[in-house]
Design a protein around this ligand. Structure first.
Ligand code: TPP
Ligand code: MG
Length: 373
């Protein structure tokens, strides 16, 4: 399956500070390195269950996250390591979750498909195709309700709800789109359109697969097509949509054109597409593209680029060592965090180490700042 994504406008990098672009490049390199090591760890049986890597789609999570505020909620499907890292989850907690260890963000009980970081307003990681669409709609409803009804002000947050193109045919997607439209909810549905739902090409499984923004028209919703293989196009396309969504509290749908370089999951022989097709897309690597922009237009040296690569390699190596040293969850954990024990806000039985460590770090920083004259 070969499709053409919209061309990227030439060098709009100038408007974005070099420091920011370099951070995006680091984030994308980190995701790539993380996923490559994750595939190796899976083959070495360090990771069990299902595992879906994000290689090729890095520009989407990084560019979209950069277009919103850190406290705007994000929710996604099961291909979720990249989004968690882009939102700022430390790689060691993400890797420990994949390893099924107690140090993981969900105490090792969620695994690859269930990354979650409430402190960073990252609400998963969901394994059921399309399940996150109504949940994302609920998040948008909650922020609007808090802002307008409880605080008595104006709705001021934007929820990003990512999904794969396979979700387009789920009832939950359409119910969510309808509700978001009728209730004027501040949510952006981002369809990471990589052209395949497992081994089914979009043209074979989805009506109007060549123009999926037509789905939004039925719900009276603004929509856009964005080149997801270019971080700058993602940011420049998403930023005005997010700003407008925040201001007007009207939902948006985005056809984010992208491509996954690897199989659907670790056990996919990719017989449904040709080597030539894969090579064509791999030649349009979003990381190479941003690196070239930084080197050619923003004065980044080859040495600086190599340094970034070295830096993320070290970080992921340390994350793997940390994850490996973390013990498996004790048996009693089987019975916790399953049902609410009492009515009221659910607090969980014991917060994950990630939450406790980061809370302690934040408190130490606060008291350190107070002590300084
Ligand atoms: C309701 C439901 N049906 C079927 C599955 C099995 N399944 C897992 S992933 C997948 C394909 C989803 O493809 P897409 O949404 O395009 O996401 P991508 O893998 O391309 O990121 C299917 C059918 C599931 N998890 N949930
Ligand atoms: Mg897909």
């Amino acid at each position: 399956m070969t499709r053409t994504a919209p061309a990227s406008p030439i060098n709009r990098a100038a408007r974005i500070p070099t420091k920011t672009l370099r951070q995006w490049l680091r984030d994308m390199l980190l995701i790539r390195e993380f996923e490559v090591r994750c595939m190796q760890a899976y083959q070495n049986k360090k990771i069990g269950g299902f595992c879906h890597v994000y290689i090729g789609q890095e520009a989407v999570a990084v560019g979209c996250t950069a277009a919103v505020r850190p406290d705007d909620p994000i929710i996604t499907a099961y291909r979720c390591h990249g989004h968690a890292l882009a939102r700022g989850m430390k790689s060691k907690y993400c890797m420990a979750e994949l390893f099924g260890r107690i140090g993981g963000c969900a105490k090792g009980k969620g695994g690859s498909m269930h990354m979650f970081d409430k402190t960073r307003h990252f609400y998963g990681g969901h394994g059921i195709v399309g399940a996150q669409c109504p949940l994302g709609t609920g998040l948008a409803f909650a922020t609007k309700y808090i802002d307008e009804v409880i605080e008595g002000g104006q709705s001021g947050k934007v929820t990003l709800c990512f999904m794969g193109d396979g979700a387009l045919n789920q009832g939950s997607f359409h119910e969510a789109m309808n509700l978001a439209g009728i209730l004027d909810l501040p949510i952006i549905f981002i369809c990471e359109n990589n052209g395949y739902s497992m081994g089914t090409a979009i043209s074979r499984g989805t009506t109007m697969g060549h123009e999926i923004t037509s789905k939004a028209a039925g719900y009276g919703m603004e929509s856009a097509v964005i080149n997801g293989m270019d971080a700058l196009s993602v940011f420049n396309g998403m930023k005005p949509l997010a700003d407008r969504c925040r201001e007007t509290s009207r939902p948006v749908f985005v056809d984010m054109r992208t491509y996954r370089f690897k199989g659907h999951s670790m056990s996919d022989p990719r017989k449904y597409r040709t080597k030539e097709e894969e090579q064509k897309h791999e030649a349009d690597d979003p990381i190479d593209r941003l690196a070239a922009q930084l080197i050619n237009d923003q004065g980044m040296s080859k040495e600086e680029y190599d340094e970034l690569i070295k830096d993320v390699r070290n970080e992921v190596r340390e994350a793997m060592e940390w994850a490996d040293a973390s013990p498996p969850p004790p048996l009693e954990e089987l019975y916790t965090d399953v049902y609410v024990e009492t009515w009221g806000p659910y607090k969980g039985t014991s917060p994950p180490m990630m939450f406790l460590e980061e809370q302690a770090e934040a408190e130490a920083q606060k008291s350190g700042a107070k002590r300084r004259p």
